[in-house]
Design a protein around this ligand. Sequence first.
Ligand code: PGA
Ligand code: ZN
Length: 425
Amino acid sequence: TISRVTAWEALDSRGRPTVGCVVSLANGAHGRALAPSGASTGSHEARELRDGDERYDGFGVRRAVANVEAVLRDAVMGLDARDTAAVDAALERMDADPLLGGVGANAVLAISLAAALAGADAARMPLWRLLGGNRPRLPMPMVNIISGGAHAGRALDVQDILAVPVGATTFTQALEWVSRVRAGTAEVLRERGHATALVADEGGLAAALPDNEAALAAVVDGIHRAGLAPGADVSLAVDIAANQLWDGEAYHLELEGERLDERAWLRRLLSWCDAYPVVSLEDVLAEDEWHGWAAATSLLGTDCQIVGDDLFATNAARLERGFQTSVANAVLVKPNQAGTFSRARRVLELAQRQGYATVVSARSGDTEDHWLSDLAVGLDAGQIKVGSTMRSERTTKWNRLLEIEASAGGAACLAPWPWADDHPL
Ligand code: PGA
Ligand code: ZN
């Protein structure tokens, strides 16, 4: 049972404060977790509590830390940490706001995950094994190669161009391939006169390219340079993060100097999908354009995974609306958009029951924690997105997956790309 909870103000990978929490049990077991934090956040996500005072430019989290120790600790004291549903229900009850803005979703998530990890420690099992058993299915990685948008000073309008090693047969091979693609793309960019020494928030390359399409072309060239086959070995994914392009009426492409209405914008995306081996598109439209999203799904979704991130905000009610209106065919699962481990788990399981693909995701401001990898394996998400193959807050998640694959020996397998030819959309 939970006997002690401590919290403190830590720093995330952007150098901004975040909530750290340790949950200790009467039997000596404990769990420790830090909350991640996004930059291109949607308006339907659970709400972080920030101090808004002179410290850290207003980003301090002393009030959220105080809420862990003054409010949330009392709610979970004496509960069985292995009963994550009961712990999370007790936490959720402490805030009248379903988005947890009163006590702070950053406070709630840190204690929720620390409690889940303490439960695993008590069971003397890694969290992935406690959640999912002994035969791990490693998630297909979706890896950031070129960054733009809010993560790279708007070097590109679209937020990430990613590589998906759809042809790999083990996680170890998948990671080596995408790492080679990143190096190959960097080489191609250097030859075209771009600096590649600096990295964006998620470790991706940030180059001042002439237009958005040039980034897709550069990654395809990078795949060739890596000695791999675009489309067969490694395909492309794009996170548009379209909230950032939308002014309420049209989508702006600053690089192209264009302002496109929804129809023209969707035609543009279709032309990208025709010209490049794109297998996944995320947040193609703004988060509340439900009608347009249904049109986008029928237009683009026959050959492509259509992922809702800001659209669904890891929220069960929004995902249900997606099922009912045939919007998207995959959901990004970010535990801090939900606010508790149990809510994120529920969204993932709901999606799996409806045949939507699930992509567990880190945030652009992340930490040295690797619980996300355990969730991806333990809940059999099938896909994971944590940024690029460098920066330690990214590699800690990849390294955890490599460790799980190695520790399981021959019992591990890599989840296949869910939309392969024998699994039609
Ligand atoms: P964020 O970006 O963490 O800044 O929201 C990640 C994403 O959009 O997928
Ligand atoms: Zn996104």
